[in-house]
Design a protein around this ligand. Structure first.
Ligand code: FRU
Length: 503
């Protein structure tokens, strides 16, 4: 086995990346027999989007990944676009001689010869060897539709109440629902959304699942996730919204008004995220991972041998706030296994305009910080701070908003809209703002006030020896506590693993 070094400039050290070449959406995320599977939109022929395959990796802890051979390659029905995978526990498909196995449900995308016209339909494939090899079903495609051009990204789950499989599918400007008893024959049951939520871009990559509200299993709500594609008129580019409501086995109803728009992530770089299937009940978490890029500039980001990373995996939950039931995200606790050297300080007074350096370089860190906002206008952290550049993650008390300012974060000339500052509304709690950050060599993910507001952004620092600083502006604030961990690389251990294997 060749051992990749993973030391290229901007190579994330604790996020999933393909060893080489282009990656976009996470696909087919499923847990089976002790392994988390991650498939992904992959073009093995280059570092920009091209004929789509499903790349594949597995992990036992959601953090360290083993790369496996390409799972699905394009065929006569076209490229292999996004989709999902499930464990067919009771062999309802008939593929597994009465046992259990994996079934992938994905979009086949084809361009008609000599025309620009495309056709998208849904197909399936199955694996009898824990995802190592896949057989495409001879009856593919299993779901076609002549009228709708954008007809893709099936997410399938077993709906216990109606004892059937449900497929949630993006159909241009709305979501369609289908049901099946065997994963091969699908019946249309309903649709949702043509006049609800944001329609700034084409609807893609849906997901649908039920979650307890405020941790109480007596009250549950359904969450429908819908990614929306880039639109040149919107500076935000591609992003992901969600709806909260009910699902009766046939269709979804929104409990908010049609014009309510809720964002999964207020950063620019978390797209096409969906959740893992078949997490055991004993674990019970709903785990989400997204593609950490944006269609506005995904093909232009300044990396060389590979392009794109996934976000860290997050746990989703629902809580009630003044406006209603809302989604919360928290980093998976498994990430704590990467914590190394630690800095812990309490009670740091922040005087206006006097940033304090922690003397820690800020490229591979987890940071937990709680601020008392005092009478400052702004307060926060400067990442990779040097004379030339810094990424600001802060809170503006005047607008009551959390912000990331990447206007001077480093390399940004690859797209005119990359350098930007963006914000999201966030209320202080008891005069305090709390943040947990994950900083890698080309990204920052911020979970504020227990994950009520999340922002994920790419950054491309030019320097590699900037420091972590804390600051207040326009008044004084106070840091109640600051905890900083260097995080170990996930690649070191996979190299060791490979070295051990070759002994
Ligand atoms: C979302 C998406 C999907 C599609 C895939 C193609 O990023 O556009 O809708 O299946 O990427 O790679």
């Amino acid at each position: 086995m060749t051992i990749a070094t993973y030391t290229e400039k901007y190579r994330p050290q604790f996020h999933f990346t393909p060893a080489a070449h282009w990656m976009n959406d996470p696909n087919g995320m499923v847990y089976f027999e002790g392994e988390y599977h991650l498939f992904y939109q992959y073009y093995p022929g280059g570092t920009t989007w091209g004929p789509m395959h499903w790349g594949h990796a597995v992990s036992r802890d959601l953090i360290h990944w083993e790369h496996l051979p390409v799972a699905l390659e394009p065929d006569e029905n076209g490229f292999i676009f996004s989709g999902s995978a499930v464990v067919d526990w009771n062999d309802r498909s008939g593929f597994f001689s009465g046992g259990a196995g994996l079934v992938a449900i994905f979009t086949h995308h084809k361009t008609y010869p000599d025309s620009e016209k495309t056709k998208q339909c849904q197909s399936i494939a199955y694996s009898k060897d824990k995802g190592r090899t896949w057989i495409k079903y001879e009856g593919n495609p299993v779901l076609t539709e002549e009228q709708i051009v954008d007809f893709r990204d099936p997410k399938v789950f077993w709906h216990e109440k109606s004892k059937q499989w449900v497929m949630v599918l993006a159909a241009g400007d709305h979501i369609r629902f289908y049901s099946s008893f065997n994963l091969k024959e699908w019946v249309f049951t309903g649709e949702f959304g043509a006049a609800e939520g944001s329609h700034d871009g084409v609807w893609e990559c849906p997901d649908l699942f039920e979650l307890p509200v405020n941790g109480q299993t007596e009250q549950k709500k359904w969450v429908l996730i819908v990614s929306i594609g880039d639109n040149s008129a919107c500076p935000e580019g591609s992003r992901t919204q969600y709806f909260v409501g009910d699902f009766n086995g046939r269709t979804f109803t929104n409990e908010n008004t049609a014009d309510t728009v809720l964002w999964v992530d207020h950063g620019r770089d978390n797209y096409a995220g969906v959740s893992w299937s078949d997490i055991p009940n004993s674990d019970g978490r709903r785990l989400l991972m997204g593609w950490m890029s944006n269609w506005k500039y995904a093909n232009m980001t300044p990396t060389e041998t590979w392009r794109s990373a996934m976000t860290i995996p997050r746990v989703l939950s629902l809580h009630t706030d003044e406006a209603g039931i809302r989604l919360k995200q928290q980093p998976v606790q498994e990430l704590q296994s990467l914590r190394q050297a630690k800095l812990f300080q309490e009670e740091i007074p922040l005087a206006s305009e006097q940033p304090i350096s922690t003397n820690m370089t800020a490229y591979q860190l987890e940071i937990k910080v709680e601020f008392e906002i005092g009478d400052a206008e702004q307060l926060g952290l400067k990442l990779n701070a040097s004379a030339e550049e810094a990424t600001l993650v802060g809170y503006d008390t005047r607008t009551q908003s959390l912000f990331i300012d990447r206007t001077k974060s480093g390399k940004s000339d690859f797209h005119p809209q990359f350098a930007c500052k963006h914000e999201a509304s966030l209320q202080p709690e008891n005069g305090r703002i709390q943040m947990q950050l994950f900083v890698d060599w080309s990204s920052v993910e911020v979970f504020a006030n227990d994950g009520k507001v999340v922002m994920s952004d790419l950054i491309f620092p030019v320097s590699s020896n900037g420091f972590l600083e804390v600051f207040a502006a326009g008044g004084a604030a106070r840091i109640v506590s600051l905890e900083v961990y260097e995080l170990s690389s996930i690649h070191a251990s996979s190299e060791m693993l490979a070295a051990n294997e070759s002994l």
